[in-house]
Design a protein around this ligand. Structure first.
Ligand code: UD1
Length: 418
């Protein structure tokens, strides 16, 4: 069994380069399918979910190879066959392949996607948008059979700004005749990154980062080269770890604007944060203070993916902080694990009330999902004694080298495989 052994109490100090964003590379790997040719993607994080996406590309007849942190994808041949159930279940983002395959081949067969268990994660918005573009989608034997003789651009309004549905719609619309206008689109930086990739490939997509995105489809696409943006949630994890341990860290290669709600929360808790263009420095000198309620919201609001991570940093704060999880129904599974370490938290539906304690003690805990798992590492770094975190495979889905990164900052953490 793989687990992490973390000895708490060490103040994190030093500098770190932040890996490429998981939530950028996954839709971009699907987007490579739009062109028949080569995509060169730099600063690509080596993650379980990236490997899963590569397996899907290979299943479709494409080819991908690594050169250091550059991934070179060849999409000249594509079989347009079905993506097997076990591949779809590996991660939620597998559903983004649907829009891209439809755009390229006019038909696709997939099953329902998997991913972290955060409550129900329907794909109704994805399917409604693809249907609006002209796709016929029939469910048979657990698979979705999708076909479209011709996709046609149209106006689509999402009834909530879903990240995945926005990406799926953009990809399918690139293969549609005419113009698609997508309203109430999600505004996450990773969608802007995907738009930049598509533009580099010759696609006509404008407006990502705002809530209206306009796609003129059927453009002549070509080979392209792109660099993935930094992972703002990985950066948030290391800022939270420094805040929780009274540390002083400098993160490089990260756009501070993407982390503004997280750095604002950490400043309110008493940390000193300085940032400029592509770096952020955080210093934490005294016990953190409780902060005003933290409400998770679509970007540019506070990200749901950083909820557990910020909570971990505030477990030992003075006072009470309320968290309100608005994006996912069941995203407090890390709370029971924090309580094994002596945290004082009550949850009621979408609300968690964290009363700061003066000491956390080491415990044997289990990663319950990707970000919840990383949050346990943050808590363990500020706990007294040696904690063990099991179910590390969840963390591997999104962190290229959590242990190596934290060790660079002086943390006492090792990975054991027994
Ligand atoms: C993406 C991110 C994930 C992040 C989430 C919210 C990737 C690979 N993953 O996930 O890390 O936590 O955004 O910021 O980018 N919904 C529906 N119907 C749909 C689609 C979504 O009801 O068809 C609901 C979901 O159940 C959820 C909310 O919309 O409650 C937001 O989900 P969405 O933005 O789609 O998240 P993902 O794209 O799955």
């Amino acid at each position: 069994m793989k687990y992490l052994k973390v000895t708490g109490g060490k103040q994190l100090q030093g500098e770190l380069e932040i890996q490429g964003a998981k939530n950028s590379i996954l839709p971009i790997l699907a987007a490579t399918l739009l062109n028949s040719g080569e995509s060169v993607i730099h600063h690509c994080p080596k993650l379980q979910d990236v490997n899963a996406s590569i397996r899907i590309l290979e299943e479709l007849g494409c080819h991908a190879s690594w050169e250091d942190d550059t991934l070179i994808v060849h999409t000249e041949t594509i079989t347009c066959g079905k993506i097997p159930d076990e591949m779809m279940r590996e991660m939620r983002s597998s559903v983004i392949f649907l829009g891209a395959i439809l755009a390229r081949c006019g038909r696709a067969v997939i099953s329902y996607p998997g991913g972290c268990e955060l409550g129900p994660r329907p794909i109704d918005l994805h399917l409604a948008a693809l249907r609006a573009l002209g796709a016929e989608i029939v469910e048979k034997g657990g698979y979705l059979h999708c076909s479209a003789e011709k996709l046609r651009g149209c106006e689509i309004t999402l009834n909530l700004p879903s990240v995945g549905a926005t990406e799926n719609t953009i990809l399918a619309a690139c293969g549609a005749e005419g113009t698609t206008v997508l309203y109430n689109a999600a505004r996450e930086p990773e969608i802007v990154d995907m738009q930049n990739f598509l533009q580099a490939m010759g696609a006509d997509v404008q407006g990502a980062g705002s809530s209206t995105i306009v796609i003129h489809g059927k453009k002549q696409l070509h080979d392209c080269e792109h660099r993935i943006i930094a992972d703002r949630i990985v950066a948030a994890t290391y800022l939270a770890a420094a805040a929780a341990t009274g540390g002083d860290v400098l993160l490089r290669n990260v756009d501070y604007r993407h982390l503004s709600t997280i750095t604002a929360a950490l400043k309110e808790a008493g940390c000193t944060v300085r940032s400029h263009l592509d770096w952020i420095q955080l210093r934490s000198e005294s016990r953190l203070r409780a902060i005003r309620p933290v409400r998770t919201l679509p970007y540019p609001g506070f990200p749901t993916d950083a909820q557990a991570i910020l909570m971990a940093a505030l477990l030992k704060s003075s006072g009470t902080t309320v968290f309100i999880e608005n994006i996912f129904e069941s995203r407090y599974r890390h709370v029971a694990e924090f309580m094994r370490m002596g945290a004082n938290i009550r949850t009621e539906g979408r609300v968690a009330v964290v009363c700061g304690v003066s000491v956390l003690h080491a415990a044997q805990v289990q990663a319950t999902d990707l970000r919840g798992g990383a949050a346990l590492a943050v808590a363990a770094l500020s706990a007294e004694g040696e904690s063990e975190i099991s179910q590390v495979h969840h963390i591997d889905r999104g962190y290229a080298d959590l242990v190596g990164d934290l060790r660079k900052l002086g943390a006492q953490i090792i990975r054991l495989d027994e």
